[in-house]
Design a protein around this ligand. Structure first.
Ligand SMILES: Nc1ncnc2c1ncn2[C@@H]1O[C@H](COP(=O)(O)OP(=O)(O)OP(=O)(O)O)[C@@H](O)[C@H]1O
Ligand SMILES: [Mg+2]
Length: 404
C-alpha cells in the first residue's frame, strides 16, 4: 500500500519573470514500510518535493495523499493534526529552537501533541543518536553534527508512520552517518515505518530500497536496490545531462540530451553560461531562503520566548495565588484556633460560672437556711442577686475573648 502519493504535483514560487518552478508535474508513490532516497543537483527540487509530500507546502497544481487523506481537501488545522500524528520531519536546516535544551527540543513534538514528554522516551531517542550526555545543552552549545542528531532524535521520538529526512547526514562524519543510517534502516525493517530521505551521498543512498532522481524539478529516473557505485554513476550521467541509463522516467530527457550533444560548441558555451547564471540565481535564491528561514526561526524563537515569558508570568501568578490561598487558609486556621480557644475559654467560663453559681446557690442556700433559721425568709432576694451577678460576669469575659 502507498502511504504517500504525489500526482502531477507542480510547485512554483513567485510570479511573473521571477517565478521559479521548483517541481514540475511529479508523479510518485511511496510504499508503506519502504526506504526511498531522493537525489539530484542542488536546486533540483528535493526539499520542495519533501515539503509538498509532508503537507508543509501546498502544491501549485496536482494532488498529494498522505495516509489516505487528500491533503488539498484538509483545512489547516486538520492538516496540522495529520502531520503531527503521522509524520516526522528532519529539516535540512535542523530548525531546533535555540532557547530549548536538546531534551526539550526532542520532547517538543510530544508537547505540541498535548502529551507530557516521557523522560525515558526522550532519553532513548537522544541515546539512539549518541547524545545521551548532551541532553541539557542548548543548540548553540552543540556542534553542527550534534544539532543534526538532535533534529533526528526529535523526529524519532513520536515513532511516525512516515519520516521525511532532508539530508539527515549532511553534517555528520562517516561514523555518525553510518549510525544514523543504521537507525533509519532498522525503523523500516523492524518497525515498518516509511522513510523518504534526501541525500547527496551515494553511500547513504545505498541504504535505501530505491533511489528517485530529480533534475530541474522533474522526475529523472529511479533505481531499485541501489549500490553506491551505481548511484554515483547515475548522478554523473545526470549532471552531464545524459539520463539514458537512469530508466523509464528518464527516457524523454535522454532524447533531449542527445540533441544537445549535436549542437555547436558555441551553443554549448551559451548553455554553460546559462547554467552558470541559473546556478547563481539558485544560489541567490538559496541565500534568500536561508534568510527567510532564519527570519522564521527568529520569529518562532521570539514566539516561544514570549510564550515562555507568559508561562512564567502565569506560573508566578499561580504561585502568588497559591501563596495567597495558603495565607488565607492559615488565617482561617488561626481564626478557627482562636475561635476554638475562645469557645474553650467560654466553656471554661461557663463551667466556672455554673460552678460559681452552684457554689453561690449552695452558699445562698446555706445562708438562707442559716438566716431562715436565724431571722426568717426576708433576706432571700439579696442572696439570689449574688448568684445572678457571678454568672453574667463570667459570660462577659467570654464575650471579650471571642472578639479577639
Ligand atoms: N520559498 C521559496 N521561494 C522561492 N524559491 C524557492 C523557495 N523554495 C525553493 N525555491 C526554489 O526552488 C528550487 C528548488 O529548491 P529546493 O530547495 O527544493 O532544492 P533542493 O533540491 O532541495 O536543493 P539543495 O540540494 O540545495 O537543498 C530552487 O531553485 C529554489 O531556489
Ligand atoms: Mg534541499
Amino acid at each position: 500500500m502507498e502511504i504517500v502519493r504525489l500526482t502531477a504535483v507542480s510547485k512554483t514560487f513567485g510570479t511573473g519573470a521571477g517565478a521559479v518552478t521548483a517541481l514540475d508535474k511529479v508523479t510518485l508513490g511511496f510504499a508503506e514500510g519502504s526506504f526511498t532516497a531522493v537525489m539530484g543537483a542542488s536546486g533540483s527540487g528535493k526539499s520542495t518535493l519533501l515539503q509538498c509530500a509532508a503537507g508543509l507546502e501546498r502544491p501549485t497544481a496536482g494532488a498529494v495523499s498522505l495516509a489516505g487523506a487528500d491533503l488539498s481537501r484538509l483545512r489547516e488545522s486538520a492538516l496540522t493534526r495529520l502531520r503531527r500524528e503521522t509524520i516526522g520531519f528532519v529539516f535540512q536546516s535542523y530548525n531546533l529552537l535555540p532557547a530549548l535544551t536538546a531534551e526539550q527540543n526532542v520532547g517538543l513534538p510530544l508537547r505540541l501533541a498535548g502529551h507530557r514528554p516521557h523522560a525515558r522516551a526522550v532519553a532513548a531517542a537522544l541515546d539512539a543518536v549518541g547524545l545521551g550526555d548532551r541532553a541539557r545543552h542548548r543548540p548553540a552549545e552543540l556542534s553542527g553534527g550534534q544539532q543534526q542528531r538532535v533534529a533526528i532524535a526529535r523526529a524519532l521520538v513520536t515513532a511516525p508512520r512516515v519520516l521525511f529526512a532532508d539530508e539527515p547526514t549532511g553534517a555528520l562524519d562517516s561514523t555518525a552517518s553510518r549510525a544514523v543510517l543504521g537507525i533509519l534502516r532498522s525503523l523500516v525493517d523492524d518497525r515498518g515505518q516509511t522513510i523518504v530521505m534526501v541525500t547527496h551521498d551515494p553511500i547513504a543512498a545505498a541504504h535505501a530500497d530505491r533511489v528517485v532522481f530529480l533534475a530541474d524539478g522533474r522526475l529523472a529516473g529511479t533505481l531499485d536496490h541501489p549500490d553506491a557505485a551505481t548511484v554515483a554513476a547515475h548522478l554523473t550521467a545526470l549532471e552531464a545531462g545524459d539520463t539514458e541509463t537512469v530508466g523509464d522516467h528518464g527516457t524523454s530527457r535522454a532524447g533531449g540530451a542527445m540533441e544537445a550533444r549535436t549542437t555547436s560548441s558555441a551553443t554549448l558555451t551559451a548553455d554553460g553560461t546559462t547554467r552558470a547564471a541559473d546556478g547563481m540565481t539558485r544560489a541567490a535564491d538559496g541565500t534568500t531562503r536561508a534568510a527567510d528561514g532564519m527570519t522564521r526561526t527568529v520569529g518562532d524563537t521570539t514566539r516561544t520566548a514570549d510564550d515562555a515569558t507568559r508561562a512564567v508570568g502565569a506560573a508566578a501568578r499561580t504561585a502568588d495565588d497559591a501563596t495567597r490561598a495558603v495565607g488565607a487558609a492559615a488565617r482561617t486556621a488561626d481564626d478557627a484556633t482562636r475561635a476554638v480557644g475562645a469557645a474553650a475559654r467560654t466553656a471554661d467560663d461557663a463551667t466556672r460560672a455554673v460552678d460559681g453559681g452552684t457554689r453561690a446557690a449552695g452558699e445562698a442556700g446555706s445562708a438562707r437556711r442559716g438566716e431562715a433559721a436565724r431571722v426568717g425568709g426576708r433576706r432571700e432576694g439579696a442572696a439570689d442577686g449574688r448568684v445572678g451577678g457571678a454568672g453574667w460576669g463570667g459570660f462577659g469575659l467570654a464575650g471579650k475573648a471571642s472578639a479577639c
